[in-house]
Write a protein that binds this ligand. Structure first.
Ligand SMILES: [Zn+2]
Length: 86
């Protein structure tokens, strides 16, 4: 098991645009970044990343949430989550 403090540290250190940028070609639009969703096939970008909130959300298929740590490797990954804060 990875200690919670280590997970917290990685999540603090990892910038969401860099983590998501490994999966998605992001372009800046206003206060958000947008790109083609990695979870469903699309031609017009509906995958939004909020840098200030540290969350991502796809308005095409509804995937959203925080990047999460892949247990065992410490690598930060995107994962499906239907729950957004607030
Ligand atoms: Zn999507």
């Amino acid at each position: 098991m990875i200690k919670q403090e280590v997970i917290d540290k990685v999540l603090e250190t990892a910038r969401i645009e860099e983590v998501v940028g490994d999966f998605v070609d992001l372009k800046k639009r206003g206060t958000s970044l947008i790109g083609n969703c990695p979870f469903h096939h699309e031609k017009t970008p509906s995958f939004h990343v909020s840098v200030s909130k540290g969350i991502y959300k796809c308005f095409g298929c509804g995937v959203g949430g925080f990047p999460q740590i892949c247990d065992g490797t410490g690598k930060v990954l995107l994962s499906r989550s239907d729950s957004l804060p607030g």
